[in-house]
Design a protein around this ligand. Structure first.
Ligand SMILES: Cc1ncc(C[n+]2csc(CCOP(=O)(O)OP(=O)(O)O)c2C)c(N)n1
Length: 272
């Protein structure tokens, strides 16, 4: 796909995130908007997958470790055709196929139930190792939050992935600098983050997480690794795309008012 097409998809995903949280009256717009460009590139340019056959054995797998950001995943899956777009309006409703956090038995295209932070990389690493043992050449992608990296389990999984040389595993850190109640550096700092991953025997690529062409190059390079897992540290802005949501941790889980909904949708108009 062209960069212009991917940008348009990312805008559509952002519109869906805003509308979903508005209609649900709850949810997590900030960390969903920050990863919208990454998700557009992954699902529409990088990953080998088939929305009509979600269990295809040779598919690439995506794990949303920061499960609270599921609006971005649901919007991408709907856009790709895993389920009808009308389901987005039922997000967080009782019995909906789109639960408040990802549920692998309810939603086509969801590989892993998540929401309890810190677990995704372990499951991704185990899957990557299993696929290698079975001789299946699929790639595994795992999206984590920067606040989430404060979880000890992440580093246990990182150590295992480095040890087992899981070059089919690609981690992505949505490095938006904010977590639920403030700046990550204030709560528990991560720097020097790239060095930490290198020390765990990972290759590291640092990238602007809103520059579509650079994100794409980062994924292509990560996919060529021969001996190590790769982490893409994507510098992002929490709430990216809606001026009054950007860089404000209070929007981690805030819901737009009627007026805010309209203003956001004007800012996110999709090019014809
Ligand atoms: C184990 C666990 N502890 C606490 C929470 C509550 N929680 C949900 S989101 C969040 C902040 C996560 O911050 P970050 O990973 O930076 O996410 P992002 O900014 O990308 O949304 C917290 C603490 C949780 N979901 N799981």
């Amino acid at each position: 796909m062209t960069v212009a097409q991917l940008k348009n998809i990312a805008r559509q995903i952002r519109r869906d995130i805003i509308e979903m949280t508005y209609k649900a009256g709850s949810g997590h717009p900030g960390g969903s908007l920050s990863s919208s460009d990454i998700m557009a590139v992954l699902y529409f340019d990088i990953m080998k997958h088939d929305p009509k056959n979600p269990k295809w054995e040779k598919r690439d797998r995506f794990f949303l470790s920061k499960g609270h950001a599921c609006p971005v995943l649901y919007a991408a899956l709907a856009e790709a055709g895993y389920f009808p777009k009308k389901h987005l309006a039922t997000f967080r409703h009782l019995g909906s196929v789109l639960q408040g956090h990802p549920h692998r038995l309810k939603t086509p295209g969801i590989e892993m139930s998540s929401g309890s932070l810190g677990q995704g990389l372990s499951i991704a690493a185990g899957t990557a190792l299993g696929l290698k043992m079975d001789g299946i050449k699929s790639k595994i992608f795992c999206l984590m939050g920067d606040g989430e990296l404060q979880e000890g389990q992440i580093w246990e999984a990182a150590m295992a992935a480095g040890h087992f040389k899981l070059n089919n595993l690609i981690g992505i850190v949505d490095y938006n600098n904010l977590q639920i109640d403030g700046p990550v550096e204030k709560v528990m700092g991560l720097a020097p983050l790239a060095d930490k991953w290198r020390a765990f025997r990972w290759d590291v690529i640092e990238v602007d997480g809103h520059e579509i062409s650079r994100i794409k190059k980062a994924f292509i390079k990560a996919g060529q690794s021969k001996t190590k897992p790769t982490v893409i540290i994507a510098r992002t802005i929490k709430g990216k795309g809606v001026s009054f949501i950007e860089n404000d941790y209070l929007w981690h889980a805030r819901v737009p008012t009627d007026d805010e909904l309209n203003r956001a949708l004007v800012e996110l108009e999709v090019a014809a």
